[in-house]
Design a protein around this ligand. Structure first.
Ligand code: DX5
Ligand code: ZN
Length: 224
């Protein structure tokens, strides 16, 4: 399993904006990525359907990159562990969908994955402060989940700041990830609020040179 990147600011391109007919070629266009972000949607938790376990298993066979799975699905308690078994380094589920988040987080860790807990824009982070000991990443959605190419929601910035305070108050190595509308125009605001892991779909795969966009995004975050 690849080691987690030790860069302060990690850029994680979302393959949702890649060419699904040529995933291997698309993945080869982002050698500088700290992780590949893979969006699993089930048409129930969100109004869109993407890909699932067989595709993640196939991606695992063609790359050693850190795989960051973002499950936008109902019943993650049932479905999430298989992604850890498939060799994903990180598995993130939504707190709005999990029935027993502590049990699920412990199961994922026992299978060797880092654990992420995701919150939609209207879900507050404070009620989950006690769960920090059980997780390795908080994902603050900066758009309503379901689609790439949406506009970054500035209303999420205070929650990013709050999550950063909670993480710093605890210590340890918990990443603070943002996902949705992250671009050269918005990444500094998210980094300034305390994020250190940045998912970018359309900004990276829509660029003429995706890998140099990754470097540009990382430099902008580093100087924020
Ligand atoms: C949206 C997904 C995102 C999506 C982001 O629900 O979780 O990962 O790919 O796309 P952009 O960066 O285009 O907003
Ligand atoms: Zn995502």
């Amino acid at each position: 399993m690849p080691e987690a990147s030790n860069r302060r600011n990690k850029i994680m391109p979302s393959i949702l904006s890649a060419d699904f007919a040529n995933l291997q070629r698309e993945i080869e266009r982002v050698p500088g990525a700290d992780a590949l972000h893979i969006d699993v949607m089930d048409n129930h938790f969100v109004p869109n359907l993407t890909l699932g376990l067989p595709v993640v298993e196939a991606i695992r066979t063609i790359t050693d990159k850190f795989l960051d799975i973002h499950l936008m699905i109902e019943d993650p308690d049932v479905w999430a562990p298989a992604y850890a078994e498939a060799g994903a380094e990180s598995v993130t589920f939504h707190l709005e969908a999990a029935k027993a988040p502590v049990r699920l987080a412990r199961e994922l860790r026992s299978k060797g994955a880092r654990v992420g807990m995701a919150l939609k824009p209207a879900t507050p982070v404070e009620p989950y402060a006690e769960l920090l000991a059980e997780i390795d990443m908080i994902l603050i959605m900066t758009v309503e989940p379901g689609f790439g190419g949406q506009k970054f929601l500035d209303l999420t910035l205070p929650k990013i700041t709050k999550a950063r305070e909670l993480i710093n108050g605890r210590g340890g190595d918990i990443w603070l990830q943002v996902d949705g509308g992250v671009s050269a125009e918005t990444i500094e605001r998210a980094a300034g609020a305390g994020a250190d892991a940045f998912v970018a779909g359309s900004a990276v795969f829509g660029a003429d040179d995706p890998d140099s966009m990754i470097s540009s995004l990382r430099s902008l975050a580093d100087k924020a």
